[in-house]
Design a protein around this ligand. Structure first.
Ligand code: PMP
Length: 354
């Protein structure tokens, strides 16, 4: 830290992303990326001309991409916002709507508390129930910024649409963010409710189900008013927030919905298989409907399992927070990767190398 950093920022605890190893080739089950590549039409869409065109700025209005997304989801373009990863939307929303404080669960996506700190937003942290489900009533009638991941991370547990609606309708004077980074793997999206409620912001991403984490592309649905707030911040920070290649790749990716649906289906199927196998080994596993599992074993600590797997070339995600330190979050990879993972866990647990 330099002596020039503003006092306000010097105490900030930054978000710590999962490891992105540069040397050894790990089986990467630690950052919820897709094991499958983007559809072939994405590679086909980025040719020499598109590379040469990189001399030009990108389209700040993301015209083609926005039109295609709006068409696919059956919404109006004025109700869509595009961003450099969905983290950017969350960033803007905390900046825009956090003035009267924010409410989110104790166990959830770690970036919410980082954004709250960054903008001096007073955060009310609501504990999840003992079984890691959300206490719905604790999020009703708050009338300030409410932030929920659905499915939640790192538990993977989802709320139903009627529960989401209850929270949204009981907070008419506060924005409710539903972060749907993992929605495509088995939860219900609330985006259609944005037609009914002007305080709902539904955030989605290309990073997980659309296999494009490295392209950094997020999108959101909301009433025109909220979208124009987000646009205002975008045009006050970085109008060209989505680069040319990502706009082209993101538009092309939407052409092949069959491939997307099939990948989601395969990942959900593999998730259920691994969930069952872990339970057979005595793991306690939450009912995740995301592309990851959240599991703990009485036979080995969370951190020991994490390091033992790492020694075997498999990366999973371990969190130090007291309530979840016995757990690990395991991204659902390909069936082959998960067989290797399960064999390694069996060896560690049953082999008694604990
Ligand atoms: N929300 C949740 C719940 C996440 O887990 C992530 C991924 N770390 C994000 C949002 C952000 O994803 P991205 O910026 O890659 O779209």
């Amino acid at each position: 830290m330099s002596r020039f950093l503003s006092e306000k920022l010097s105490a900030l605890e930054a978000y710590v992303p999962g490891e992105q190893p540069k040397i050894k080739r790990y089986i990467k089950l630690n950052t919820n990326e897709s094991p499958y590549p983007p559809p072939k039409c994405v590679a086909d869409a980025v040719g020499r001309q598109e590379i040469e065109d990189l001399r030009l700025y990108s389209d700040p209005e993301c015209t083609a991409l926005k039109a295609k997304l709006a068409d696919l989801y059956g919404v109006k373009e004025k109700n869509v916002f595009l961003s450099n990863g969905s983290d950017e939307i969350l960033n803007f929303a905390f900046m825009a709507y956090g003035e009267n404080g924010a409410v989110f669960p104790d166990i959830t996506y770690g970036f919410y508390s980082v954004f709250a700190d960054l903008y001096g937003v007073n955060a009310e942290i609501v504990p999840l129930n003992d079984d890691f489900t959300v206490d719905i009533n604790a999020f009703c009638g708050k009338n300030r910024l409410v932030v929920l991941a659905n499915p939640n991370a790192p538990t993977g547990i989802a709320l139903g649409l009627s529960e989401i609606e209850k929270i949204v309708s009981s907070n008419p004077d506060g924005v409710v963010i539903i972060d749907e980074a993992y929605v495509d793997f088995g939860a219900q999206s609330a985006y259609k409710l944005t037609e009914k409620y002007d305080n709902l912001l539904v955030v989605e991403t290309y990073s997980k189900s659309r296999s494009m984490a490295g392209a950094r592309l997020g999108f959101a649905f909301a009433d025109e008013g909220i979208i124009s707030d987000l646009e205002r911040i975008k045009y006050s920070t970085n109008p060209y927030n989505i680069n040319r290649i990502t706009q082209i790749a993101g538009t092309a990716a939407l052409v092949n919905q069959e491939y997307f649906n099939e990948n989601c289906r395969k990942i959900a199927e593999t998730r259920e298989y691994v969930k069952e196998e872990l339970r057979k080994m005595g793991f306690k596993v939450t009912d995740s409907v995301a592309n990851f599992l959240f599991a703990k074993s009485d036979k080995i600590s969370g951190s020991k399992l994490y390091t033992s797997l790492k020694e075997r070339g498999i990366l999973i995600r371990h969190f130090e927070a007291e309530r979840i330190k016995d757990y690990n979050r395991i991204t659902v990879g390909s069936r082959e990767e998960m067989e290797i993972f399960l064999d390694a866990v069996r060896e560690i647990i049953i082999g008694g190398i604990v």
